[in-house]
Design a protein around this ligand. Structure first.
Ligand SMILES: NC(=O)c1ccc[n+]([C@@H]2O[C@H](COP(=O)([O-])OP(=O)(O)OC[C@H]3O[C@@H](n4cnc5c(N)ncnc54)[C@H](OP(=O)(O)O)[C@@H]3O)[C@@H](O)[C@H]2O)c1
Length: 319
């Protein structure tokens, strides 16, 4: 198949591109700063010659969006919103204008669309979309507004020949440098991989290989459209997530951090505590119902596998 990945130069795009290319597909990446063969220039907001890459393609997986790992300043939040809404809109316009539109458009969304909660898991049917939870910082609602606007842009695109799926993905855990798992492992190795603010908040996650398999599954399944949760069936409280990472790497201690210590750490790392403190208890209702099986459903085993692969990178690559 010919698969086009707008925003495919980042963490998720790189691992998806690698896996799909290895499986024999032709992958074209749209990037604002193309440097590698197979990358086509676009600006993420206006139609241009790049749209020809979509015409006659089989699949589009749009991953474009300003990184969410940043301080949630007004400017950054606006850039997070605009980059997602604009890129989803213009991808929809390119598909609508194509003489031979792709069969399916997988649009990245996020598991963050669901409410901060501890009591029960969120699946697509019964889950609570967030934004009105009591007792959480008001600005957390902005991430949910972004997710809703992002999905709305895909919903309203007039692309009758193209099936549309929104990927409500949890954190994609891969051994690649600079990804979420890499950062958590770095903290673990420093002895800082302990519970944060008690660690009861749930972390939803998906192993990179299951993420790729889920994408392939959704490409093949013509009967599935709309929002789909991409998350392992067993989200874990943050303290258990870190405990498994300590066990996997062989680190005896992980200092606990209070909320204000997390604030300081997040400030130093130029990121936001919402990523650490929000309880994302998200489960893959529709994938399981459709018969998808996870190769890595449980975190302790998934963490061990990822650590094994990080160790396989060799000491220079690990540094
Ligand atoms: N990583 C995860 O675990 C995870 C989980 C759930 C959802 N997501 C979402 O999935 C998408 C991909 O995640 P990722 O971790 O691969 O992100 P990433 O590493 O930040 O990559 C996103 C890509 O989007 C492009 N981009 C950045 N700012 C842009 C802008 N203003 N306009 C247009 N394109 C822009 C960049 O490509 P160029 O610079 O080459 O143009 C970048 O490589 C993101 O939207 C993210 O929010 C990620």
């Amino acid at each position: 198949m010919k698969i086009v990945i707008p925003g495919g130069t980042g963490q998720v795009g790189t691992l998806l591109n690698r896996a799909l290319t290895a499986a024999g597909h032709e992958v074209v990446v749209l990037s604002r700063r193309p440097v590698h063969p197979g990358e086509v220039p676009w600006d993420g907001k206006t139609l241009g010659p790049w749209a020809e890459a979509l015409d006659g393609s089989d699949v589009v997986v749009n991953l474009a969006g300003r990184s969410v790992s940043c301080r949630y300043t007004a400017d950054n939040l606006q850039a997070m919103m605009d980059s997602r809404v604009d890129s989803a809109r213009v991808v929809g316009e390119a598909i609508a204008a194509a003489a031979r539109p792709p069969r399916v458009w997988l649009q990245m969304s996020t598991a963050t669309i669901y409410a901060h909660r501890f009591d029960a898991p969120n699946d697509e049917e019964t889950g609570a979309v967030g934004g009105a939870e009591p007792g959480v910082p008001g600005y957390w609602a902005f991430s949910i507004d972004i997710a809703k606007a992002w999905e709305r842009e895909q919903e309203k695109a007039d692309t009758p020949g193209t099936r549309k799926v929104a990927l409500r993905s949890a954190m994609v855990m891969s051994p690649d440098r600079g990804g979420v798992f890499d950062v958590l492992l770095w903290l673990t190795r420093l002895g800082l991989g302990g519970p944060v603010a008690g660690g009861a908040q749930y972390v939803s996650w998906i192993h990179d290989q299951d993420f790729v398999r889920a994408v392939e599954f959704l490409v093949d399944r013509d009967d599935i459209d709309g929002p789909v949760n991409l998350a392992a069936p067993a989200p874990v409280p943050q303290r258990m997530l870190m405990r498994s990472m300590r066990t996997a790497w062989g680190v005896p201690v992980g200092l606990p951090a209070t909320r204000w210590m997390a604030e300081l750490g997040a400030y130093a790392l130029r990121t936001d505590t919402e990523l650490l403190l929000k309880s994302r208890r998200v489960v893959p209702g529709r994938l399981l119902e459709a018969g998808f099986t996870f190769d890595h459903p449980h975190w302790p085993e998934a963490a061990a596998d990822l650590v094994h692969r990080v160790r396989g990178r060799g000491p220079r690559a690990r540094a």
